[in-house]
Write a protein of this length. Sequence first.
Length: 143
Amino acid sequence: MSQGVTHTGVVVAADGRNVKVRMDDGNAAGCAACSLHSLCSPLGKSDDSVIILARAHDSLIVNEGERVIVGIGDGAQWRAVAIAFSLPCLLMLTVVVAGRFLGFGDDISALSALIATVVYFGMLYIFRSRLRVSYRWKVIGKA
């Protein structure tokens, strides 16, 4: 698996394969170069105060206090961009074109597109726990 974004951190809690990692690599070069950094960083926190949930491989045993490297694959990053940006834009365009095709005015079509987008993001919020599972950080190894 290609690891698009990797960070180092300290394990703050370990329960079998599930671990909580406090990112402490300070200047995350991978994130700084990314154009979506401001959207991805939780509430604008620095990397020093971010605690993430990660899953360790069966062959990797980690204990509390150990430094580890965590990563998320390129495929997961592209899926997140599609869900957060591409699909809502496509939805808005589709609703506007369908509204115009059905004979509605520009104002009704645009308002319908905005309402459809709000419903889309509402559904994402409702099903966020299911989405979170597919975007899980993985412990790559020990630092």
